[in-house]
Design a protein around this ligand. Structure first.
Ligand code: HEM
Length: 341
C-alpha cells in the first residue's frame, strides 16, 4: 500500500499568515529556479519552523494554469483553469499570478522569515503581483466584526472537502485554491444597523449564533454560499480568511482563501454572491466589499511537488485510491491518502 502525502491545505486557522502571489518570468532558467524551489520547500519550512514547533509554521504552494502547462508534466489536473472573471451585480476581477504561497504560523516572525527565504530564491525570476500580511482579529472576527470560519468542515468532512480523491487519481491528495482580496467600505458598513448587518451575514454579530433557516434573508451570505449537489449532499469548502489593512491609509480588508477538491463549488458560490441566486439576489457583503484580485491555483500533493522539483513527468498510478489515512506529522504538516488495491 502506498501513502500519498498532501500539502497542509487543511491546516487549522492561525494567528498570522502571508499570502504571496508571483508571476514567473519567461524562459527555462526561471522554470528551473522554480523547480528547485519546489524540491527545497520542505527543507526551508523545516529550517525556519524547527526553531519553535509551537509556532506551527506551514506553507502551501499553488500553481496557476499557465505555469502548470509550462512545467510540461505530461498530464493536467481536471479542474485547473485560469480564474474566471465574474461581472454580475458586482464584479470579481481575474488578476495575474502563476504561484501562490499561503504561509501560516502563530507568530508573524515565522511567516516573515519563510517569505523572505522564498523571495531570496524566486525574487530574481519572478514579479510580485501581491503580498498580503493577514492577522487574527479578536475572536477570529473579520473587519466587518463577524466571527469568520465557524462553519468550516472538520474531521473526515474536512479531508473530503479539500483533497482530490479517486476522481482524478494522478492528482490524488492535491487540492484547488481560490483567492480574492477584498477592500471594505467600513464607513458604509458602520452606517447600517447591527440588525441589518446580521441579515446580510445570516448570523448574530456578538454571539455568532446562526439564524434559523426560516428567518434568514434570501440574500444572506450563508444562504448564497450554502450549496449542495443534485442528491442534496452539501458541497463544502475550507476557508481561512484573514483580515489585513493599514489604518493610516484607510485600507481595511478581508483576504478570502478557499480550498476544495474541485474548484466548481467555489465558483458556484461566487456566482451566487456576485450575480445572485436567482440573478439579482446578490450578496450584500459586496455593497461594502470590493474584490480587487482573483486567482485560481492547483495545489499539488507533497509527493507531486517533489516530482515537479525533479522534473519527472507523471505516470498513471498503479493502484486505486481507497481511503484517507488522516493527517500525518511531517515537515510540511502533511495530511495523507492511502493507495491500495
Ligand atoms: C469579503 C469577503 C467575505 C467575508 C467578510 C466573509 C465572511 C463570512 C462570515 C462572517 C461567515 C459566517 C461564519 C462562518 O461560517 O464562517 C461566512 C460564511 C461562509 N462563507 Fe464567507 N465571507 C467572504 C467571502 C466569501 C467567499 C468569496 C466565499 C466563497 C466563494 C465564501 C464562502 C463562505 C461559506 C461557504 C460560508 C459558510 C456558510 C454556511 O454554510 O453557513 N465567503 N463568511
Amino acid at each position: 500500500m502506498t501513502t500519498i502525502a498532501s500539502q497542509p491545505a487543511d491546516a487549522s486557522l492561525t494567528a498570522n499568515a502571508i499570502f504571496l502571489t508571483l508571476s514567473l518570468h519567461e524562459g527555462e532558467a526561471a522554470l528551473q529556479t522554480f523547480r528547485d524551489l519546489c524540491a527545497d520547500l520542505p527543507g526551508l519550512v523545516r529550517a525556519v519552523g524547527f526553531r519553535n514547533a509551537a509556532a506551527g509554521l506551514s506553507c502551501v504552494i499553488g500553481i496557476g494554469a499557465a505555469l502548470w502547462d509550462r512545467l510540461d508534466m505530461g498530464a493536467r489536473p481536471q479542474g485547473l483553469h485560469p480564474f474566471r472573471e465574474l461581472a454580475g451585480v458586482h464584479r470579481a476581477p481575474a488578476t495575474p499570478g502563476d504561484i501562490l504561497f499561503h504561509i501560516r504560523a502563530e507568530r508573524p516572525d515565522f511567516c516573515f522569515e519563510l517569505a523572505s527565504q522564498v523571495m531570496a530564491r524566486l525574487g530574481p525570476v519572478a514579479t510580485v503581483e501581491d503580498e498580503t500580511q493577514g492577522f487574527k482579529f479578536f475572536d477570529n472576527r473579520d473587519l466587518l466584526g463577524f466571527v469568520d470560519g465557524t462553519e468550516n468542515p472538520s474531521g473526515a468532512d474536512r479531508m473530503a472537502a479539500v483533497f482530490i480523491g479517486a476522481e482524478d487519481e494522478v492528482f490524488a491528495g492535491g487540492s484547488y485554491v481560490i483567492v480574492q482580496k477584498y477592500l471594505h467600505d467600513l464607513a458604509r458598513w458602520a452606517a447600517m444597523t447591527v440588525e441589518a448587518q446580521e441579515r446580510v451575514i445570516g448570523r448574530r454579530k456578538l454571539s455568532d449564533i446562526e439564524f434559523p433557516d426560516a428567518e434568514k434573508a434570501s440574500f444572506a451570505h450563508n444562504v448564497l454560499t450554502n450549496i449542495s449537489d443534485a442528491q442534496g449532499n452539501p458541497l463544502q469548502i475550507l476557508r481561512d480568511n484573514m483580515p489585513f489593512g493599514s489604518p493610516a491609509r484607510g485600507a481595511f480588508g478581508t483576504y478570502f482563501i478557499g480550498y476544495a477538491r474541485e474548484p466548481g463549488r467555489i465558483e458556484t458560490m461566487l456566482t451566487n454572491m456576485f450575480a445572485g441566486l436567482p440573478p439579482g439576489n446578490y450578496d450584500r457583503i459586496l455593497d461594502v466589499s470590493t474584490a480587487v484580485t482573483g486567482g485560481l491555483f492547483f495545489v499539488p500533493s507533497a509527493d507531486l511537488l517533489d516530482r515537479i522539483g525533479s522534473g519527472e513527468a507523471l505516470a498513471a498510478p498503479e493502484q486505486g485510491i481507497t481511503a484517507f489515512a488522516g493527517r500525518a506529522q511531517g515537515s510540511l504538516g502533511i495530511g495523507s491518502l492511502k493507495q491500495g488495491s
